[in-house]
Design a protein around this ligand. Structure first.
Ligand code: COA
Length: 223
């Protein structure tokens, strides 16, 4: 594996970011216009570069909001990913972590999460927050680079969470490979289920699982 360079992305990088988005997310990838808008809102994007290619990125907004305030939490991905930034930052609301398929299975995801956490600590934030996809709810459809099978038991877990509002066990939630990935790397807590968050994400049944990690505790070795 060639050397991975982590760096702050800016408005000069909009075209390569959009290319990476399409490669990582298929039709769910953000357009150049959307990326420009996110920059204009003051969002931060950290890239992972290999040679001249943007191989992956993590994107987030700093906010004074507390993710535990479920009533105030954005109700859709459109709102979540277009929040204006506010200071002093209590939380980083991360709405995108994506890696080009050919660079997956490396330490890149871990590196991007680590860079984001270091950034959060520098600005004095307490929480890093994510909207976790759960593609095993329906299984990944054609047209995206991922392959995840539908998992009936996981689907029932999500449906029951939606019906009752009662948070399932971490074991039941982490049957999904992506939620397991976040739990494994961040040791995050799962906070609430967001239905109809991104209906276009058919694999996840439109759901997102909102999670948070307290980065104010512990030493340097979070991940
Ligand atoms: C999520 C993503 C950044 C992870 O990067 P990665 O390089 O694959 O991550 P790692 O190799 O460190 O870890 C992969 C692990 O997560 C799981 N995983 C993550 N994404 C997965 C996916 N789309 N399909 C299947 N498993 C996935 C795997 O089970 C794997 O676990 P294992 O090591 O026990 O097999 C990358 O898959 C990606 O860009 N996916 C598309 C965009 C996306 O879904 N982003 C997350 C938004 S919530």
């Amino acid at each position: 594996m060639k050397e991975i360079r982590f760096f702050r992305l800016g408005t000069d990088d909009v075209a390569p970011i959009a290319a990476m988005e399409t490669a990582a997310w298929g039709p769910l990838g953000a357009s150049e216009r959307t990326i420009r808008r996110r920059f204009s809102l003051g969002h931060t994007m950290i890239g992972a570069g290999v040679d001249d290619v943007v191989a992956g990125a993590i994107c987030f907004a700093e906010t004074t909001d507390d993710p535990h305030d479920t009533a105030k939490f954005p109700k859709s991905f459109a709102d979540y990913s277009s929040m204006p930034t506010s200071a002093p930052a209590l939380s980083l609301y991360v709405y995108n972590l994506g890696i080009r398929p050919e660079f997956r299975g490396t330490n890149m995801a871990r590196g991007l999460l680590r860079e984001m956490i270091e950034y959060g600590r520098r600005v004095g934030a307490r929480w890093v927050v994510g909207d976790g996809r759960c593609p095993s709810y329906a299984g990944v459809q054609d047209g995206t680079p991922d392959k995840v099978l539908r998992d009936e038991e996981f689907r029932q877990t999500i449906d029951s969470w939606h019906r009752t509002g009662k948070i399932p066990s971490t074991r039941a939630i982490t049957r999904d490979p992506l939620l397991k990935f976040y739990r494994r790397l961040l040791d995050c807590e799962f906070l609430h289920l967001a239905p109809d968050f991104l209906p276009e994400d058919v694999a996840s049944g439109g759901y997102r699982v909102i999670f948070a990690k307290d980065i104010s505790q512990g030493g340097a070795q979070l991940i």
